[in-house]
Design a protein around this ligand. Structure first.
Ligand code: 3HC
Length: 311
């Protein structure tokens, strides 16, 4: 008998086929993708702020060029993701309004301050490291535009992670003061980086459904464990100590056991009470207001071009 639209959709998901914007999809599938993709895009754009703070203070031209390229990449990642999100029927203006009004979330990690140059190394190494762990599985997510955006993003992220790790390596091979700066940055960025991957699976609102829809291909805890297992040996090579006295390699499981995450801190930051939340949102609002003339000029120019074609 006639297959329902739902059956056709489910069969596509089961066959690992991509769902494209024009395909029928359950309203909840659409909504959760607008939620996740928009918050991913907001994270990229807000993520430019902590790093942007150090572009004029980079210790060498080479470091400045790499940081400038990375921040510019993040803007591009945001634009790919906003475009992917718009295919689900939401406007760019609405997306920005959700960020500026506090309605939409962005990654908690960007609400922490960048206090020293070593933070730029820690962000590239840890934050982009965790982002890569999170984004590689998203390359095979079921929604076509999101999966395709991720392929491009992941290529650029690996450069981001490498330049960060190189900064840390340089500091750790430097003076005692530089080593201390690197250790201080690891101390401040380790736990917030673990929180980036979201609440534990049993606390996660969306993981179960997102796994069924193949939006998520790995759970929050699986990604977090993968990040820890990959990163601890990198800290050992740097000669830095991960700030977790419960961190211990478990020969049975082949994974590291690790200490309790402060989920109270996580939810405080997600709810807007982190160290830099207000500063980040007002920076974005100022950029939006101060950039109005650019948007108007671009639209005026586009209209003129359109008129020319018509004549
Ligand atoms: N910061 C802020 N909010 C978070 C969060 C975090 N680190 N982790 C989870 N949350 C929110 C979720 O958005 C959800 O709230 P909502 O219902 O209002 O959206 C709630 O906490 C419950 O969490 P869930 O685990 O149920 O939510 P998800 O299933 O969406 O999982 C996620 C969270 C793993 C972050 C997932 O959304 C995801 O993979 N997103 C895409 C990747 C992404 O956004 N990465 C941002 C990192 S920064 C980055 O990539 C830029 C790079 O260039 C550095």
């Amino acid at each position: 008998q006639m297959k329902s639209l739902e059956d056709i959709f489910e069969a596509k998901i089961a066959r690992d086929e991509k769902i494209e914007p024009k395909d029928w999809m359950p309203e909840k599938y659409r909504k959760t993708h607008i939620r996740q993709i928009s918050q991913h895009a907001h994270s990229e754009i807000v993520g430019m702020l902590p790093e942007g703070n150090w572009i004029t203070r980079a210790p060498s031209l080479r470091r400045k060029v790499a940081l400038l390229a990375k921040v510019q990449d993040e803007a591009g990642h945001g634009l790919y993701l906003y475009s992917a999100c718009e295919t689900l029927g939401i406007s760019r203006e609405e997306l920005y309004d959700q960020l500026h009004s506090g309605k939409a979330k962005y990654s908690s990690i960007f609400n922490y301050p960048t206090l020293t140059w070593a933070d730029i190394g820690a962000i590239g190494w840890l934050v982009d490291g965790a982002a890569i762990i999170n984004q590689v599985p998203l390359c095979s997510t079921s929604f076509g535009p999101y999966a395709r955006a991720m392929v491009r993003v992941c290529k650029e992220e690996s450069f981001h992670q490498r330049q960060g790790y190189e900064i840390m390596m340089t500091l750790c091979n430097g003076t005692q003061e530089q080593k201390d700066m690197a250790q201080d940055a690891l101390n401040r960025w380790w736990w917030p980086s673990l929180m980036m991957l979201g609440p534990t699976d049993d606390e996660s609102t969306h993981t179960e459904q997102s796994m069924k829809w193949k939006l998520k291909r790995k759970t929050n805890d699986e990604l977090r464990q993968q990040f820890i297992d990959q990163t601890v040996p990198q800290a050992d090579i740097l000669g830095l100590k991960v700030p977790d006295e419960n961190l211990k390699y478990n020969n049975e499981t082949g994974h590291y056991n690790f200490g309790d995450i402060d989920w109270e801190e996580f939810w405080q930051v997600v709810k807007g009470h982190g160290m830099c939340n207000k500063e980040r949102i007002s920076a974005r609002k100022n950029a939006w207001d101060n950039g109005e003339w650019v948007r108007d000029a671009a639209i005026a120019y586009a209209d003129k071009q359109a008129d020319k074609e018509v004549k």
